[in-house]
Design a protein around this ligand. Structure first.
Ligand code: CTP
Length: 441
């Protein structure tokens, strides 16, 4: 019996896939189809796949062409599969010509002509091109990163930028339309990414929601509790997506870390300690204070994220100490907040006027998780125990600092009409409460 194997993602199964499977089958008597896992696709840079692994497997199964379906999970697995399953022929489409010649050592390699004029990428683009507007104001480098990342996210199309009347030197050579006023940007977009100024976020988000636009807003999306509650209710009423833009929440490693801790691998969590700092040079203090975000707004949301996601929001006591650049303007250069929970504690340290080790440590009754600096761009962490032999290291690919996954999640949320599952509203609201208290105390 001649055994043939072929691999693919098979997202939104189309005619090109079916033709390839039919011809692959004709190369032998028995066809094995390898369907890529979600994780493996992410590592390969395919982040826009719409269907889950199960849906894609079901679709391949439904063609009735495959005799056996396996999941492709890791780099180099093809060699393993070919040996293990006794494969005679490996085949893929002509878009891969030459790429798999290294498999000739193990079996025959055949590249089949790709069907012209159809691909999953094209179907995904046709399905839902969300026109994305960008609202800037102060954090130009962040706006720039989001703009650049949106260019590689399937289903997103840049409608233009409104930067509150200021020129954006770094985007000068980009072919992007600049808008002079916020309202006119509305007419050209379906959704907005907002990173204006913390004190303006509420106003900008509210206006966008009232105009029927989906919103991804840099945290904090408001400075007062009642404001974020109003925004949440408005988004619900208008059936719009409203998401916090904290890029760390969308990184694969950070999500795996949450799951590992929640599944009890380090026992009960007794402490979450997160530090986030960044230090920039400046000449004039007043100018710096006017143009930049204070420590609590720049870093508070990120540092608070693992605290509230791991320990919940029902702490008993909160204690804060801030050092100030400008006390009257509430511009903190460094802030430490500690939380007392019934059976745990948490500490965050944030600063734009101090430098420290930007690590995250989650301590438990059986062991702890250590994420080295800068933990907010997590691609690696360790689970450590008293007995070092039991220690485990985890690495997950992180492209575009997590921004790419975040934008992709935003586009997916819009097309599937389901709110964001990465940061729940109770967590967003608790972050705003802490910041609200900072300004009121
Ligand atoms: N294929 C094909 N003809 C097409 C599209 C895909 O023969 N028009 C083949 C590919 O060469 C590959 C298999 O189908 O051998 C699975 O491809 P996959 O990457 O899942 O599909 P694409 O449509 O190419 O997906 P994408 O646009 O996401 O790259």
């Amino acid at each position: 019996m001649k055994k043939v194997i072929t691999y693919g993602t098979y997202d939104l199964l189309h005619f090109g896939h079916i033709r390839l499977l039919e011809r692959a089958k004709e190369l032998g008597d028995y066809l094995v189809v390898g369907v890529t896992s979600d994780g493996f696709d992410k590592i390969r840079g395919k982040i826009n796949v719409q269907q889950s692994l199960m849906e894609r497997i079901e679709a391949v199964k439904a063609t009735g062409i495959a005799d056996e379906i396996i999941v492709e999970e890791y780099e180099g697995q093809k060699i393993d599969d070919i040996r293990r399953l006794g494969i005679d022929v490996f085949t893929v489409g002509s878009d891969w010509v030459g790429y798999f010649d290294y498999l000739k050592e193990y079996c025959e390699v055949v590249y089949l002509d790709r069907t012209k004029g159809i691909s999953s990428t094209e179907i995904r683009q046709k399905d839902r091109n969300v026109r994305l507007g960008f609202v800037g104001g102060s954090a130009h480098n962040i706006l720039h990163k989001y703009y650049t990342e949106s260019l590689v996210v399937n289903g997103a199309e840049v409608a233009g930028i409104y930067n509150m009347g200021q020129t954006l030197e770094t985007l000068r050579d980009e072919p992007v339309q600049m808008f002079d006023d916020y309202d006119s940007l509305f007419n050209s977009c379906d959704a907005l990414y907002i990173v204006s100024k913390p004190e303006l976020h509420y106003e900008h988000v509210k206006k966008a929601l009232l105009a029927g636009k989906h919103v991804l807003c840099e945290a904090p999306m408001a400075l007062r509790m009642e404001e974020i509650e109003e925004l949440e209710a408005l988004a619900k009423e208008k059936k719009l997506i409203l998401m916090d833009a904290i890029k760390t929440a969308y990184a694969t490693a950070y999500n795996r870390l949450l799951l590992i801790v929640k599944s009890g691998r380090i026992g009960d969590v007794v402490s979450v300690d997160a530090t986030c700092t960044s230090l920039s040079k400046f000449e004039n203090k007043e100018d710096y204070v006017a143009k930049n975000w204070n420590s609590i707004c720049a870093w508070g949301p990120t540092a608070l994220l693992p605290v509230f996601q791991l320990l919940g929001t029902n702490y008993e006591k909160k204690n804060r100490k801030s050092l100030y650049f400008d006390r009257e303007k509430k511009f903190d250069s460094f802030t430490r907040i500690s939380f007392d929970y019934p059976k745990a504690v948490a500490n965050i340290k944030v600063g734009v006027g101090a430098k420290s080790e930007g690590e995250l440590v989650v301590s438990g009754t059986k062991g702890y998780v250590y994420v080295p600096a800068p933990w907010w761009k997590t691609d690696y962490f360790e689970v450590r125990y008293e007995n070092q032999e039991k220690n485990k290291r985890y690495f997950y690919q992180l492209d575009g600092e997590g921004i790419r996954y975040e934008l992709s999640a935003f586009i997916k949320a819009i097309s599937s009409k389901t709110q964001n599952r990465f940061i729940d509203f109770p967590v967003s609201k608790e972050i705003v409460r802490v910041i609200d208290d900072f300004y009121q105390e």
